[in-house]
Design a protein around this ligand. Structure first.
Ligand code: SAH
Length: 406
């Protein structure tokens, strides 16, 4: 089938190539990838090929823009035959073999004297997967990567960050698979989890015994802890140096009192981050097969708390998607429709992505401020008093969350 039965027994090794010469024969996409992996490992890369990609020119220490000749292997600790011509690769491999230099063949791995595994580096560990079928190796490597990300595999370094912290994690609507990867990773690394009734509680079963679990509400309307007590326990454990996860249902800021918890932590000088979650606002309709917007049927939806009278529309938060092109007219329309021109508003460009930018201005000035900042699509616009509700909290949002490298 895939020849896996014929894979000879080999000796896995890690090569220290720092400052050592490595020869890449070939100048195309495969050669470029291999050359860049070699350069990342600190090798001094020589490249030989009649045609070379721009990137491989940047990577290489020396380039020879011509066909391979036997003497090219002189001085190399490792050779990679990466041309698209099997005859050339064969001759590279045989020259290397004669000179007792290990040779990797990109076109036919089994016919080289060395093979490269699928590699994953994480937290000071290197994971290498190899076999006769490279796709299988890559699939397994990727699965290991995801499992490490979400905490399914124990790679947790024993080193603990020196200071405690609080993460307000949106757990999604309840299905343990609908939490974000970052949320799952933070839960897996937590010393203390402070959990709500509607959070994905199935995740708690996977935690080690020494993780402290604090349950905030076992049944509806019967809270074990008041909000003040919750804030106090978050701050107390973080001050004791613990990694605290406040695991909430849905999104932490949607009817979740996450904003209050954030302010309490900021006021106490405790490091706090927020990880958004899939709100039941979005998830429950999907679960029932109901699209919240549907072309020709509905172009807006309203979310309100049944605890308050939904008619009191004055301080509604309005969220607009796809509004950047016509922001002048959209804002004018809202003001004509009765919104106070001084209503706080914000445009959030490329949220959570590199280059995220947030422009805040009163509604009447938002379009001008967005223009001056040079912001375009994609962006989400928020209009309402909530835009100014968490002063100074902009540094505690998930976009700034460190990538949990500790
Ligand atoms: N922060 C949460 C909402 C907290 S308010 C979120 O973003 O989803 C709690 C309310 O959310 C519940 O009374 C219910 O109306 C709704 N809710 C939360 N999880 C739900 C679920 N799995 N199914 C249906 N409704 C849910």
């Amino acid at each position: 089938m895939n020849g896996s039965q014929n894979e000879p027994v080999t000796l896995p090794l890690l090569l220290d190539l720092a400052g050592r010469r490595a020869l890449v024969v070939g100048g195309g996409a495969v050669a470029t990838r291999r050359a860049s992996a070699l350069a990342e490992a600190g090798a001094l890369v020589d490249v030989v090929a009649p045609r070379l990609s721009d990137e491989i020119r940047r990577i290489a220490i020396t380039v020879h823009e011509r066909g391979f000749v036997a003497d090219d292997v002189t001085g190399a600790w490792l050779v990679m035959a990466c041309t698209d011509d099997a005859a050339v690769n064969t001759s590279v491999a045989s020259v290397a073999d004669e000179r007792r230099i290990w040779c990797v063949r990109a076109d036919d791995a089994a016919r080289g004297t060395a093979r490269t595994p699928a590699v994953l580096r994480r937290d000071g560990l290197t994971v290498a997967v190899a076999g006769a079928d490279p796709r299988r190796s890559v699939t397994l490597r990727d699965a290991i990567s995801v499992a490490l990300d979400v905490g399914d595999l124990p790679s947790r370094p024993n080193r603990r960050p020196p200071h405690g912290s609080v993460a307000l994690v949106g757990g999604g609507p309840g299905d343990p698979e609908l939490i974000t990867v970052r949320g799952r990773r933070l839960v897996a690394a937590a010393d203390v989890v402070v959990v709500d009734r509607l959070a994905p509680r199935d995740l708690l079963g996977e935690l080690p015994d020494d993780v402290e679990i604090i349950d905030c509400g076992k049944a509806a309307h019967r809270h074990n802890l008041t909000q003040d007590e919750i804030n106090a326990v978050l701050i107390d454990r973080a001050r004791a140096g613990k990694r605290v996860v406040r695991l909430k249902g849905g999104d932490p800021f949607v009817f979740g009192r996450g904003g209050e918890e954030l302010l309490a932590c900021v006021a106490a000088g405790v490091a706090v981050t927020v990880v958004p979650g899939i709100s039941s606002v979005l998830a429950a309709p999907v679960a029932a097969g109901i699209p919240l917007t549907h072309r020709g049927v509905a172009s807006r939806f309203t979310v309100a708390s049944g605890h308050q009278d939904p008619d009191g529309a004055g301080d509604d938060t309005l969220v607009l998607l796809m509004a950047m092109e016509r922001l002048d007219r959209v804002a004018a329309g809202l003001i004509e429709g009765g919104r106070d021109p001084g209503t706080p508003a914000a445009a959030i460009h490329r949220a959570t992505l590199e280059g995220q930018q947030v422009v805040r201005a009163p509604l009447r000035e938002l379009a001008g401020a967005v223009r001056r900042a040079g912001l375009g699509a994609p962006a989400v616009v928020v209009v309402g008093a909530v835009v100014d509700a968490l002063p100074g909290s902009a540094n505690a949002t998930s976009a700034d969350l460190p990538q949990q490298s500790e």
